[in-house]
Design a protein around this ligand. Structure first.
Ligand code: 16G
Ligand code: ZN
Length: 550
């Protein structure tokens, strides 16, 4: 029929590259931009099918995050604004690798039958498109559009250049029939920020040195932060590496991934910034780390990573909940116990986990990858998740939001201006500020800034919450990374047999030693992580574990 003809005709314009096998990993498809047209075209089809299936708006983002500028990638946002359901990942792989148009069309029709998706009926589909600032984005966007429009009844809406979290936020808002434009996004962030600032307990004097300096990775985040900051009062932000002409190359010596891995100043920062509060975004602004420059003599920084952002958030949320608990003890303990859960991965510095547990918090672990952390965090009334690399957010359940709204109304009539009421308002504002779809560096920056003011803390004070254990990461190139199978949130090797025993006996040699290995989800390598009481020990442990992998 017509659908088949349209698909065949358009698919034949996008032949797949020879000799590459792509897989929809933790971050969608990613590769050198020059080989991605057919992949993006096919993901366009997939997104349209997903929209038909769910009868909701779907997002398609073209980005390769922190990768070099010549790479690009594509990923799909589900109706909730979260990652594409894992159930469809095998279909994504199959589509991307279908050898020719005939096979592709065959595959699509079989899948559509299995999923009960019908074409050309009254159903319609809409896919929202976003891309980062990569030059290759424009032509890949065109490929996505063609993929989408080759599904009868599907329309593509191009939203232009966006951060990844903006697109996820827009998809989520659209499907909840809420205000969902980019302007609405900025509006919601700045008004909830204002609300939190107004609730800061004491007068905090904002001195000259209180300026925040942000490294925008020469990507979309810097550009968007410039827009957002126009709407903010009481916070001075200086954006560097904003991607303007002459400022440098995307992700080259800049950005959250660089700063977190290398632990040195990003380019554009230096001796004049010693002691200043600095932050780094990644190339699509879904990761955030803070740092301050240590000494005038070299490029060393003190890194304040995702684990410490998590700790700051956890401390603040816990404080608000305990203020609520105080007066309402009976009510909360009997009827409304608010469960607060912290979700980390094995990469979380051991010192952060100890710190969080010592606060009395429930800490759980999942494998690496946002989809796992997000899912786990959503099981709590309030779930906070972060990867050490700076990706994370705070999720509020519908139940807890509803309860907070009710409390807010009650308190407005019984105890206006009380501490309890302020805490309720703060929690509600946090739920508006922090992106509920996915980790978002822009909303993260605003929340960190308000909490630091709330506490009256400098970045140095924040950084001293606990001291990171020295750690080392290595990667080992292997022929087949799938030969390594892990369990227990990637902390234990199941296969090859004997390897875990070897890791255990190496680890036992070091005080405070901890080490694990896992196959990367984005590269053909096995990653090795080690921490111990000194840097030399961590280096030594990582090295000896790596030798067992080889
Ligand atoms: C992807 C993941 C990130 C994870 C990283 C690990 C998403 C959106 N991103 O960037 O969460 O930390 O992969 O990479 O899930 P690796 O598997 O190569 O170590
Ligand atoms: Zn990213």
């Amino acid at each position: 029929e017509q659908q088949r003809r349209v698909l065949l005709e358009s698919a034949s314009r996008f032949p797949i590259p020879q000799g590459v096998k792509l897989s929809y990993g933790t971050a969608g498809f990613r590769a050198d931009a020059s080989i991605l047209s057919s992949t993006v075209f096919r993901v366009g089809i997939l997104a349209a099918l997903r929209s038909l299936k769910t009868q909701s708006v779907i997002g398609l983002m073209i980005t390769a995050s922190h990768n070099q500028v010549s790479d690009n990638g594509v990923k799909v946002a589900d109706p909730s604004g979260g990652m594409l359901t894992q159930e469809w990942e095998p279909f994504a792989d199959a589509l991307a690798n279908a050898v020719d148009a005939e096979h592709l069309v065959q595959m699509i029709s079989e899948f559509a039958k299995k999923e009960n998706i019908s074409f050309g009926g009254v159903q319609s589909a809409e896919v929202l498109l976003g891309r980062d600032t990569r030059p290759s984005g424009e032509s890949l966007l065109e490929a996505a559009k063609q993929g989408i429009s080759s599904v009868v009844g599907a329309v593509a809406t191009d939203l232009g250049i966006l951060t990844t979290p903006q697109l996820h936020w827009i998809v989520r808002s659209r499907n909840k029939s809420k205000k969902s434009s980019e302007t609405d996004y900025f509006e919601q962030l700045s008004s909830s920020f204002r609300c939190l600032m107004d609730l800061i307990p004491r007068e905090m004097t904002i001195s000259e040195t209180d300026e925040l300096i942000v490294d925008g990775a020469n990507g979309v985040g810097g550009e968007k932060l410039e827009e957002l900051k126009k709407l903010l009062n009481g916070l001075v932000i200086q954006v560097r590496n904003s991607g303007k002409e002459g400022e440098g190359v995307l992700n080259q010596g800049v950005g959250a991934d660089f700063v977190q891995k290398e632990k040195v100043v990003p380019s554009g920062f230096g001796q004049n910034d010693v002691g200043m509060r600095c932050a780094s975004l990644d190339g699509d602004a879904d990761r955030l780390v803070y740092f301050h420059v240590l000494s005038k003599s070299d490029n060393k920084i003190e890194l304040v990573d995702g684990d410490k952002i998590l700790s700051l958030f956890a401390l603040f949320i816990k404080e608000q909940l305990s203020i609520l608990n105080k007066k309402e003890e009976k009510e909360i303990n009997d009827d409304h116990p608010v469960s607060l859960g912290i979700v980390q991965t094995a990469y979380a510095n051991g010192a952060s986990t100890d710190y969080l547990k010592q606060l009395g918090l429930e800490v759980v672990f999942t494998p690496t990858g946002v989809k796992y952390l997000h899912e786990k965090a959503s099981e709590y009334d309030i779930g906070i998740y972060f990867e050490a690399n700076g990706h994370g957010t705070i999720l509020f359940s519908e139940n807890v939001l509803c309860w907070l709204e009710t409390r807010n109304k009650e308190l407005a009539s019984t105890s206006e201006g009380s501490e309890q009421q302020k805490s309720v308002k703060r929690l509600l504002a946090v739920s508006e500020l922090i992106n509920q779809a996915v980790g978002d560096a822009l909303s993260g920056v605003l929340l960190v800034e308000t909490i630091l003011r709330h506490m009256g803390w400098s970045i140095q004070r924040w950084s001293e919450l606990y001291q990171d254990l020295p750690s080392r990461q290595l990667k080992v190139k292997v022929v087949d990374r799938t030969a390594v199978i892990t369990t227990n949130a990637e902390t234990e090797v199941v296969k090859p047999s004997g390897l875990q025993e070897a890791i255990n006996s190496e680890t036992a040699k070091y005080p405070k030693g901890r080490s694990f290995i896992r196959p990367s989800g984005t590269e053909d390598v096995i990653r090795v992580y080690a921490e111990a009481s000194t840097q030399e020990a961590a280096d030594g442990l990582a090295k000896s574990v790596a030798q067992h992998v080889d």
